[in-house]
Write a protein that binds this ligand. Structure first.
Ligand code: MN
Length: 254
């Protein structure tokens, strides 16, 4: 019997990049959707915290996006200074795609500094980008962030089955968005993930749901698609994902 419906979860959304960002932080749907508001530069931290101060369900993450590292590597100092006040970290990671490969070495240096800073402080939750760099992201996490010092959510995971298995062994969570469920080959990789490691994300405004830039409440469609994939009822899937966030943020082990 269900007395209450679990909240939806959007564990990777760029709330500050919507034209109507003020509404996005305050709109009623943010009361119903647990939202991780990732940022792309540490300079955005203060404003995001201010915008989120009245929303119970919005967590703000401190970020330094790998696609911006070429121009903003010097902001790592600000990142390190602000990390004291941030439990959530993201968007961070590596991007070895053709547009950003030129800064790949610098991205690795920055990501290592972020992982080390998180390891020193402990108890941080990271939303990690890994375009064409899954193995290297996992290598650096294994080397620099002991699993009892922080937890990693792989955002828009695009790795192979063996990389998925490796990430699962290491304790990673996976935030799944609508684009990731479009291709059968990608669904096969998601299908082998343990249910207790799966979260949902919109990655709005960079994904599209029903011809509009996705917003947090659109994760309800991702929940339906995941329920179909795992042959579960939607309400069961939604409960599972809400329980996963609870375990990620408050469970034992960090
Ligand atoms: Mn993103």
């Amino acid at each position: 019997m269900h007395n209450t419906i679990s909240k939806l979860v959007d564990y990777h959304c760029h709330l500050d990049l919507y034209p109507n960002y003020q509404e996005m932080f305050g709109e009623p749907s943010s009361e119903d959707v647990i939202t991780l508001a990732v940022t792309t530069t540490p300079k955005a931290w203060a404003k995001n915290k201010e915008l989120a101060q009245h929303s119970r369900n919005v967590r703000v993450a401190l970020g330094l996006h790998p696609q911006l590292v070429a121009e903003r590597a010097d902001e790592i100092t600000l990142f390190e200074n602000l990390l004291n006040e941030a439990r959530f970290v993201g968007e961070v990671g590596l991007d070895a795609g053709p547009r950003f490969y030129h800064s790949y070495d610098l991205q690795k240096q920055i990501f290592i500094r972020i992982l080390k800073a998180c390891a020193v402080l402990g108890n941080r939750i990271l939303s990690v980008h890994s375009v064409r760099a899954t193995s290297e992201v996992l290598n650096l996490i294994e080397e620099h962030l002991p699993s009892d010092r922080g937890r990693v959510v792989l955002h828009w995971f695009n790795g192979s089955k063996s990389e998925a298995d490796r990430a699962v062994k290491f304790g990673c969570y996976f935030s799944v968005n609508i684009e990731m469920l479009k291709k059968e080959t990608r669904r096969e990789v998601i299908y082998r993930l343990p249910l207790e490691r799966i979260l949902t994300e919109s990655d709005g405004p960079f994904t599209t749901t029903s011809n509009h830039p996705s917003v947090p409440k659109d994760v309800t469609i991702v929940v339906s698609k995941l329920a179909d994939l795992f042959s579960k009822r939607k309400i069961g899937m939604q409960d599972q994902i809400a329980a996963n966030v609870e375990a990620l943020e408050y469970g034992p082990g960090i």
